[in-house]
Design a protein around this ligand. Structure first.
Ligand SMILES: Cc1cc2nc3c(=O)[nH]c(=O)nc-3n(C[C@H](O)[C@H](O)[C@H](O)COP(=O)(O)OP(=O)(O)OC[C@H]3O[C@@H](n4cnc5c(N)ncnc54)[C@H](O)[C@@H]3O)c2cc1C
Ligand code: FES
Length: 256
């Protein structure tokens, strides 16, 4: 069931360069959301921006949900200015959660930029399922790394200011070359070029892989047809990211 909350803001903190952790009280969403699902946020009390903005639920604690976001435009600037006691109109939980199918023993979470956002709640579920965990995070520089509530984390930066100097997918290749992992499955989230490289690597290596896509959305609930992703098989050429995703098995979609 999709729920709408006019949710009180409990905290809104700058946690890295341009990155905020916003916590709101949204009891029914907090109790029903699963890892990989998102909420659609009305970022203004006025009329602009007109469309809601999608954000992964990053974590939950009791009745609270955490959203981790990068300030990139008008909507996220308005979210960054929310103070304790303000409210935020959130709709969710939306989309298909990460799947746990397959006999994997080690979950490798691979995040590019704010692709790390859904990993804290995913980490909790994987821990409950007694999986071994490896978390690989890629960012432009050390200032853009957020590694809160994660396990066994390695870092890659584009400028070499922390951890591995290079992309997070190159870090994954190098980690797997130096140490074999028992029955791995990859969970990836981040910008499309990174997910495309991750998908190609997973398919080349024969490793199961689920991807969470971050592309543009308008309605977020399957009405506007504004969020297509190309499918690799079946009778339909496109799937809708907002209702059939945002998580997909890497074999089921073609990223360009
Ligand atoms: C399912 C889903 C989950 C998401 N979860 C998160 C999350 O947890 N944290 C987070 O920070 N972001 C997340 N995003 C992206 C987030 O929705 C956008 O960053 C946000 O809508 C931007 O709104 P804005 O009004 O600030 O920027 P706009 O004014 O809409 O855009 C400003 C600039 O940013 C670019 N831009 C907008 N969206 C994206 C994007 N998705 N990727 C790259 N560039 C973009 C635009 O092209 C434009 O150049 C998610 C997206 C999806 C589809
Ligand atoms: S965003 Fe409208 S159909 Fe997906």
């Amino acid at each position: 069931m999709i729920l709408q909350h006019v949710a009180p803001v409990v905290s809104n903190t700058l946690i890295a360069e341009g990155i905020f952790l916003l916590t709101v009280e949204a009891k029914d969403i907090a109790r029903s959301v699963r890892p990989g699902q998102f909420v659609n946020v009305r970022s203004t009390d006025g009329s602009l921006p007109f469309l809601r903005r999608p954000f992964s639920v990053s974590n939950t604690r009791g009745d609270l949900i955490d959203l981790m976001f990068n300030v990139v435009g008008q909507g996220t600037r308005m979210m960054a200015s929310r103070r304790i006691g303000d409210t935020l109109d959130v709709l969710g939980p939306l989309g298909k959660p990460f799947g746990f199918a397959g006999n994997f023993k080690t979950a490798i979470m691979v995040g590019g930029g704010l692709g790390v956002a859904p990993f804290p709640i995913l980490t909790r579920q994987l821990e409950e399922e007694k999986k071994s965990l490896l978390t690989l995070l890629g960012a432009r520089s050390a200032k853009h790394i957020v590694a809160k509530d994660l396990q066994n984390t390695q870092i890659a930066t584009d400028d070499g200011s922390a951890g591995f100097h290079g992309t997070v997918v190159a870090l994954l290749e190098s980690s797997l070359q130096s140490k074999a992992l028992a029955d791995p499955k990859i969970f990836g989230c981040g910008p499309t070029p990174m997910l495309k490289a991750l998908s190609e690597f997973a398919q080349r290596s024969g490793i199961e892989c689920e991807l969470s896509l971050e592309g543009d959305m308008a309605c977020g609930v399957g009405l506007c047809q504004g969020c297509p992703v190309e499918t690799s098989h079946g009778s339909r050429k496109y799937a809708l990211v907002c209702v059939e995703g945002p998580t997909f098995n890497c074999h089921d979609i073609i990223l360009r």
